[in-house]
Design a protein around this ligand. Sequence first.
Ligand code: PLP
Length: 378
Amino acid sequence: MPKNAPPDDAASARAALPHVHAIAAYQPGKPITELARELGLAVESIVKLASNENPLGMGSMAKAAIRAALEGGARYPDPFALTAALAARHGTAASQIVLGNGSNDVLDLAARVFLDGGRSAVAAQYAFAVYPIATLSAGGEMIVAPAKNHAHDLAAMRAAMRSDTCLVWIANPNNPTGTFLSAAELRAFLADVPARVAVVLDEAYNDYLDAEEQYDAVRWIAEFPNLIVCRTFSKIHGLAGLRIGYGVAAAPVANLMNRVRHPFNCNNLALAAASAALEDKEFIAKSHAANRQGMADITAALQRLDLGYIPSRGNFLTFRAGKDGEATAAIHRSLLRQGVIVRPLVSYRMPEWLRVTIGAPAENARFLEALETALKEA
Ligand SMILES: *Cc1c(COP(=O)(O)O)cnc(C)c1O
């Protein structure tokens, strides 16, 4: 123990708010450097397919924008340009945009605006792990509605709502399952939900949908002013490390979210990179195509290996690695020993599943090779 470490049972920690004690900490994908330290491996030899990051890295336009913005580091950030670009992109007023330090920040803002002790939020079983964290952090109660075939069951979510329910979380496509709700299903749900209940539609993976699956939820806000649409630059735009995302909402809702937002929550480099990334059509198209091909390669290989998976519309795939949680944990450990990091889903209560991010072709090949080795060892 370090010399200046306080005792483990600090009375102030014990006396902290019960709803904070009730939070199960978010479990991020294992960082490359951590596995390198643990196994004494070279950082370059490790393949990380655990956090749904873009395997192509950042686009060249974003990189150039970051370089150009470096000199402005002494100034507080000015969100005007990105806000205006996003409003133009979505055909909204600038007053409808809420910028976030990652879209996780936006989810948190929504929770802080709508939740408190005595209020509840509804999310689906197997929905993104940040929803319960944001809900509990705000003091709200998390109601989990059962999933259907690992997908959100909107009827079950509607049935789970109570008179104190003020917020509903929907991820479309969902992480970690990759399941998808059609525009028609979402609209029917919105029409059915009381107007006082905020509906957060988290579209982190929207850009990975094929053209025929695309829908424009922002256009629905005029009809359903309780709808908050969240997007991120962390996934297809390749800016996960810069932390930038946004929400689009009715102006009065966005106004409230902006009141609880830290004034300078998005830094200069992230703002500049995001503005550039938004315009980099070529990089987005390239990322989309690479994901599609990688997804086809990995699903084909899993079929060959006779492993079940949940068809995914994101940039990741959740597959049943072993017959039970123990077998899957062994396969996960073997992958790590071979320098391949994927995401275990024990914290989602899906212990027999692993989630792999679609990587670059060489990364996908390394993963599949390591998986075959792991399966032989089992
Ligand atoms: C990755 C992800 C996000 C985005 O998180 P950021 O904070 O923007 O990096 C949001 N929602 C879901 C479902 C995700 O998987």
